[in-house]
Design a protein around this ligand. Structure first.
Ligand code: NAI
Length: 507
């Protein structure tokens, strides 16, 4: 069957439906608007006219383009008006029975070649199609809010969806100015699935009392380069949205440990501490802007520093630390074993300081671990042991403050903060590829565009070093006995065969 989309309809013109109608009309498609709420479709058309007017004022579009977009929007009074549409996209209430009923109703009205698409974020496309006469015409077309700005759309293939429809919607997405990513019909599709690692691992780190929210946000935002820290992000999204997604994906994957949510967000939800929208979440917004963030701690330069002895899992890390210390005139202890008074600086992976002390037989009072996974240019994370003396903590903190860069001092954590979060993000991306939910290219693009991460998870793994990610996960797994951290076979095989994580067999 071939499909050609000239006219389409959006059913349910709330936040998402209006956005979809906007980009459809702007790209020159005749677009019908339909909503069961009285006057909602007309109101949506008027609101979009005001939006186009604003875009003209901002010189984003011409007067002619605005007029054309307005003319392409048609208010439908009843479902029967959608009879001649080539594509219908529903963006109604998120209820399986209601969406199933709508699809059945539409099949009575439209021709057999009309594509029926759902913008659902959490329901199965296969289930939405279950009662249809022609389930092969039902497909997922999942946009993100705000639709005109979030330039990615998931095209979701239900068990029975016709392959031609997938290709047609991909072409249409490009015409809308969006990057289509093709996903199998699985819980969370690509983006809501790949996004599970960031928040849940940060919550687990908080729960283990590794550090406070400000410091964890700072490490991941200022150190690693995420646009927002996980707690800032949860405050922005609102826990009424993000907590149910965490729970739903966890249960839909039959209590898979990787996605395990945290009791803290449930409790905050119960206390209605949802985030920015109620002025109180992890941070407070009572005075308008964010407050409650603890400032970064700086330690003044000391008059005297101990010599520094370095141990590192990777030679390049040792070199980086040496270069930094030499640049700041700190004397190096280059012996095979540390001298009695030396500060032992250990660049370890997937361990806490105690484990490294045990493995290398170091003096716990003089040892501080440092996370080199994300470099030491802008920010550093230091992790003293339970027994490190304040004198040696201060010395390490001061040394890494010497050039004015920020230092985060954290309590012991098996795998620091950044290592844990990045390893989880990358491992999850690899596992999504392993499950063949989407192609490597689509997973990377979906995460960059949909989640706003600086890199897609699989390309990020190659950039950082997949051997480092695997070492982190293997060690954390061995030390915590938690199946959450088990490395994906995708990652294990590629590291073993020395292949990039982006590599896929042609067979
Ligand atoms: P919304 O509440 O803003 O809009 C829903 C609209 O559908 C309302 O105008 C309502 O009157 C209308 N409606 C409800 N039942 C209807 C029916 N049987 N027939 C026709 N119209 C009906 O909801 P929103 O946020 O736009 O979500 C719509 C869909 O998009 C849901 O499936 C949701 O899961 C999905 N989605 C939402 C995202 C978001 O960020 N809000 C992101 C991606 C997907």
């Amino acid at each position: 069957m071939t499909y050609d989309i000239k006219s389409l309809a959006v059913i349910g013109v709330g936040i998402m439906g209006s956005g979809i109608a906007q980009i459809a009309a702007q790209s020159g498609h005749r677009t019908y608007l339909y909503d069961t709420k009285d006057g909602a479709a007309l109101q949506a058309k008027e609101k979009l006219a005001a939006t186009f007017q604003k875009l003209v004022e901002k010189n984003k579009i011409t007067v002619e383009q605005a007029e054309s977009a307005n003319q392409h929007l048609i208010v439908a009074q009843q479902l029967e008006d959608l009879k001649s549409c080539d594509l219908i996209v529903e963006a109604i209430v998120e209820r399986l029975d209601i969406k199933q009923g709508l699809m059945q109703q539409l099949e009575q009205i439209v021709s057999d070649t009309t594509i029926l698409a759902s913008n659902t974020s959490s329901l199965s496309i296969t289930a939405i199609a279950a009662n249809c006469k022609l389930p092969e015409r039902v497909v997922g077309f999942h946009f993100f809010n705000p639709v005109p700005l979030m330039k990615v759309v998931e095209v979701i293939q239900g068990l029975k969806t016709d392959q031609q429809i997938i290709e047609t919607l991909c072409q249409l997405s490009h015409a809308f100015g969006h990057r289509p990513v093709i996903a199998k019909d699985t819980p969370g599709f690509i983006i809501n699935h790949a996004g599970r690692a960031y928040g849940t691992e940060a919550l687990k780190i908080l729960n283990e009392n590794v550090s406070d929210i400000s410091e964890i946000d700072r490490i991941l935002r200022d150190g690693v380069g995420f646009r927002m820290g996980p707690f800032e992000l949860m405050d922005l999204t609102g826990l009424d949205v993000s907590h149910p997604v965490m729970e739903s994906i966890y249960h839909q994957y039959y209590e898979e440990a990787r996605y395990k949510p945290n009791p803290l967000t449930k409790q905050m939800l119960e206390a209605k501490q949802l985030g920015r929208k109620v002025k109180q979440g992890f941070y407070s917004y009572a005075i308008g802007s964010k407050s409650g963030e603890k400032p970064a701690q700086y330690v003044e330069a000391l008059t005297k520093y101990p010599s520094v002895w370095i141990a590192a899992d990777f030679a390049e890390d040792k070199q980086r630390i040496e270069d930094y210390l030499i640049q700041h005139n700190i004397s190096l202890d280059t012996g095979e074993h540390p001298q009695a008074e030396s500060l032992c600086l250990v660049a370890c992976y997937g361990e806490d300081t105690t484990q490294t002390i045990k493995r290398l037989h170091l003096n716990p009072e003089h040892t501080v671990a440092i996370d080199l996974l994300y470099g030491i240019e802008k920010h550093r994370t230091l992790m003293p042991s339970l027994r490190t003396t304040s004198e040696y903590r201060q010395a390490a903190h001061s040394i890494f403050n010497l050039d004015g860069a920020m230092v985060s001092m954290i309590n012991e954590s098996i795998g620091f903060v950044a290592q844990r979060v990045l390893a989880m993000v990358i491992n999850l991306g690899c596992d999504i590829a392993q499950q063949n939910i989407a192609s490597v290219d689509d997973i990377n693009a979906a995460v960059r565009l949909g989640l706003g991460y600086p890199f897609g998870p699989i390309e990020w793994g190659d950039q950082i070093g997949s051997d480092k990610i695997l070492l982190i996960l293997n060690r954390i797994s061995a030390l915590t006995y938690d199946p959450r951290y088990r490395p994906s076979p995708w990652l294990q095989r590629r590291v073993a065969l020395n292949l990039p994580l982006t590599f896929n067999s042609e067979y």
